[in-house]
Design a protein. Sequence first.
Length: 102
Amino acid sequence: MKIFITGLPLEVGEDELTAVFGDFGQVKSLRIIKDRETGQSRGFGFVEMPVEEEAKEAIKRMNGGDYNGNRIKVAEAQEKPNTGGGAGGGGFRRNNRTEKSY
């Protein structure tokens, strides 16, 4: 089961969070989402736990809890709908004005 966590303190690392979720069972994977430019945590991430009962227990016990001074939210991750992707047409919107700007 894939779990979504938000409200993470920016200084929390993946090893620490893996250990915390490991208290509930096996952690298959964990990823804290980071800013592309700065590399700093964006305060949310995903954990994948192979045993559904363990994942649900982690969600139940951790959701709304205090983690290093931050109130975190922990829930089952929702699959991102496949909308076909792409930029839709030309990848930008044209200005609908009839006059040209120079």
